[in-house]
Design a protein around this ligand. Structure first.
Ligand code: ZN
Length: 92
């Protein structure tokens, strides 16, 4: 069992450089991104973040997201989008 796990890890490592051009990831998380138009995962291991409702409304509008317990879990790229949008507002 231990040997197999080791072999798989090695395989993943060597495949990483080859597969870098592909944007689609085959990894699966448990927490879907809260943004409705987004299909990524917002797990912490994927770099996901949790935004407040107010923050989410600013970028995605009233119905563009799904909230969980008063927070909106977003994936890494959505968090970056939110961050960029917030920055843009500052510079105007
Ligand atoms: Zn997302």
């Amino acid at each position: 069992m231990g040997f197999k796990a080791k072999a798989q890890k090695h395989k993943a490592n060597s495949g990483e450089t080859v597969d870098k051009t592909s944007k689609k990831t085959t990894k699966e998380g448990e927490i879907p991104c809260g943004v409705n138009s987004c299909e990524n995962f917002a797990d912490k291991s994927f770099g996901g973040r949790s935004l407040s409702i107010d923050n989410a409304v600013d970028v995605w509008g009233d119905s563009g997201y799904t909230q969980r317990k008063g927070r909106v879990r977003v994936c890494k790229s959505c968090y970056r989008k939110w961050k960029k949008d917030s920055k843009d507002e500052d510079s105007y």
